[in-house]
Design a protein around this ligand. Structure first.
Ligand SMILES: [Zn+2]
Length: 158
């Protein structure tokens, strides 16, 4: 994890640590994350409500992260949604698409940015659903630091 933190500080994504693994946003944050709305809700600085970045992991086993906005996953082969309720899909279990017969583990389905499966998560606070996306420079930096492909999702918590 130290290696990822180091890489993210170097490109200005992470600022000062608030506590272990919780950081202020860095000086280049707004050039690394693209906000799509016209008035993004970004409060910078060190106040408790300011946007912050939490590094989570590295977990021994992958975890399935999702919130109240969980969407029905789409079949990666035919693109139709699985017919069973999304909350009952176990990511480690084989799921068979009732439309085309494709079969794969639940985490291989397209959760439409409403869930993620992994051993490391970088959590940004104060982002509304679909309000912001990571820029190419950020995902390239993460790929180089880890040798993995990175994706993103939005979690709504009650
Ligand atoms: Zn299918």
């Amino acid at each position: 994890m130290g290696q990822i933190v180091h890489a993210l500080r170097k490109i200005g994504f992470l600022g000062n640590p608030r506590e272990p693994m919780l950081f202020d946003i860095g000086p280049e944050y707004l050039s690394l994350i693209t906000y799509l709305g016209c008035s993004p809700n970004i409060l910078t600085g060190e106040s408790e409500n300011a946007t912050a970045v939490r590094m989570c992991g590295i977990f021994d086993l992958p975890r399935f992260m999702h919130g109240e906005n969980l969407k029905p996953p789409r079949c990666p082969s035919c693109r139709k949604p699985l017919e069973k309720p999304e909350a009952t899909v176990v990511p480690e279990q084989e799921q068979t698409c009732s439309h085309c017969g494709f079969s794969a583990s639940g985490h291989k389905y397209d959760w439409r940015h409403s869930a993620a499966y992994g051993r490391v998560f970088i959590e940004i606070s104060n982002v509304f659903e679909s309000e912001a996306v990571p820029g190419e420079m950020l995902t390239d930096c993460l790929s180089q630091a880890t040798g993995e492909v990175w994706d993103y999702c939005y979690l709504r918590r009650g």
